[in-house]
Design a protein around this ligand. Structure first.
Ligand code: ARG
Length: 459
């Protein structure tokens, strides 16, 4: 059969042009959504009296039969039919005859493809919110198991103040919560129906866009037909939300790579989530964490790619916009892979509590607390800072930690010291002293876990 749009042409399409312009190799991923949209469209054509009931019935049955063929893997997609929309329409006409040609009444591929992508991303948002929830659950499990694990907290990657390891993990729970919120917020715009916009100006047929929206569970329809077929903001939002999510994952990956190094030795990743070296028999590499960190680049790239495709494009549809799909599919696959692996990797991670504790005892991360001690005795903070700076320098020069100093040594730096400082300096005390909403004190972290569990139940 010739092209569905062949009427105006006197020549065959050049073979290379056909291959260059076709999108079927990748947009066949939209087959389910395309049929779902067509079923709603043809039902509406019947309801509005644009097509007789028997034609609607034949087309519906035909679409379901094409759907079966695709699901069974029996559909032969052809490059000469360009894209998923025309492949399906062509097969429909082959199956039920010329009546199949009535399906496209009052519709254009421009509003059709936009509809397919809205349907596609709507499912993905639900899927990713679920996967992020699973990841939060894994983090909460580890956090609950590590409520008494103290670890150095860092700034500039230098030991800063001791914190609960649970507190550190809960920071990621908060980050992923924002990712969930961003996805949920983008859902409003994803869940807007473009169909009925026609090629760009609307259609001469008395269609009912709101009826289609209702059938497909869209909350609303696009206000403006040009905007409906030109808008790809909803994909950009998905790609930017995905980029931020990958950035979060990459920071976590980086920490896991560092923590599992011999230098840190804070955690051990499960064998199932690591790989070996083909030459060095002793190696156990954190490949999954490294690869998720690396794949962050392609997700950013997909966002930059689409922003650049859309830059300066005149309204309404332009063929450039066909370039919106591969980056979106690639991002979906990259996120699926990363999120599916991340939750069990976190859950099975072994935490080396002794090593963390040892690290906390062998540093000066309790220095702020003796400064605060002097402040409580009436010394201005700036002066207390100076006194403790000198005390730390003395310790370094004499190869001691603060807890190793005698009270006499302390008193050389300030007469305000008394033996209560030995309690103040204990890591657990240092942690629990930060009893502020959102702080690292055990009771605050317990409360944060309870709030996160409640939020998780509500998503
Ligand atoms: N395959 C096309 C795309 O993804 C479908 C829309 C084509 N519309 C057109 N007027 N050529 O963008």
């Amino acid at each position: 059969m010739s092209k569905l749009w062949g009427g105006r042409f006197t020549k065959q399409t050049d073979q290379l042009v056909e291959e260059y312009t076709a999108s079927i190799t990748f947009d066949k991923e939209l087959a389910e959504e395309d049929i779902q949209g067509s079923l709603a469209h043809v039902t509406m054509l019947g309801k509005c009296g644009i097509l007789p009931a028997e034609d609607v019935e034949k087309i519906r049955e035909g679409l379901l039969s094409v759907q079966g063929k695709i699901r069974r893997g029996e559909m032969e997609f052809s490059v000469s039919d360009e894209d998923i929309h025309m492949n399906i329409e062509k097969t429909l006409i082959e199956e039920i005859g010329p009546v199949g040609g009535k399906l496209h009444t009052g519709r254009s591929r421009n509003d059709q493809v936009a509809t397919d992508m809205h349907l596609y991303l709507r499912k993905r948002v639900v899927e990713f919110v679920g996967l992020l929830g699973k990841l939060q659950e894994a983090l909460l499990t580890q956090a609950k198991a590590n409520l008494d694990t103290i670890v150095p907290g860092y700034t500039h990657l230098q030991r800063a103040q001791p914190i609960l390891f649970a507190h550190h993990l809960m920071a990621y729970v908060s980050m992923f919560e924002r990712d969930i919120e961003r996805l949920q917020d983008s859902y409003k715009r994803i869940n807007t129906l473009p169909l009925g916009a026609g090629a760009l100006a609307g259609t001469t047929f008395a269609i009912d866009r709101h009826f289609v929206a209702e059938q497909l569970n869209f909350d609303r329809v696009y206000e403006n037909s040009l905007d409906a077929v030109s808008d790809r903001d909803f994909i950009l939002e998905f790609l930017s939300g995905s980029s931020i999510l990958m950035m979060h994952l990459s920071r976590f990956c980086e920490e896991m790579v560092l923590w599992s190094s011999t230098e840190f030795n804070f955690v051990e990743l499960d064998d199932a989530f690591c790989t070996g070296s083909s030459i060095m028999p002793q190696k156990k590499n954190p490949d999954v964490a490294e690869l998720v960190r690396g794949k962050t680049g392609r997700v950013y790239g997909n966002l930059m790619g689409l922003l650049t495709v859309l830059k300066s494009l005149p309204l309404a549809y332009n063929k450039d916009m066909q370039e919106d799909k591969e980056g979106m599919f690639d991002t979906v696959r990259t996120l699926q892979g990363a999120l599916q692996l991340f939750a069990p990797m976190v859950e099975t991670m072994k935490v080396n509590r002794d090593r963390m504790r040892q690290a906390v005892n062998q540093d000066f991360s309790n220095a702020t607390d003796i400064a605060d001690f002097l402040v409580n005795k009436g010394l201005p903070f700036r002066q207390a800072h100076e006194v403790i700076g000198k005390t730390v320098l003395y310790c370094i020069q004499n190869q001691k930690y603060l807890l190793d100093l005698t009270l006499d040594e302390f008193k050389q730096f300030s007469p305000l010291f008394d033996d209560r400082i030995y309690e103040v300096l204990q890591p657990q005390q240092v942690v629990n002293a930060r009893n502020v909403y959102g702080g690292t004190a055990t009771i605050q972290v317990e409360a944060a876990i309870a709030r996160a569990e409640q939020a998780l139940e509500q998503t």
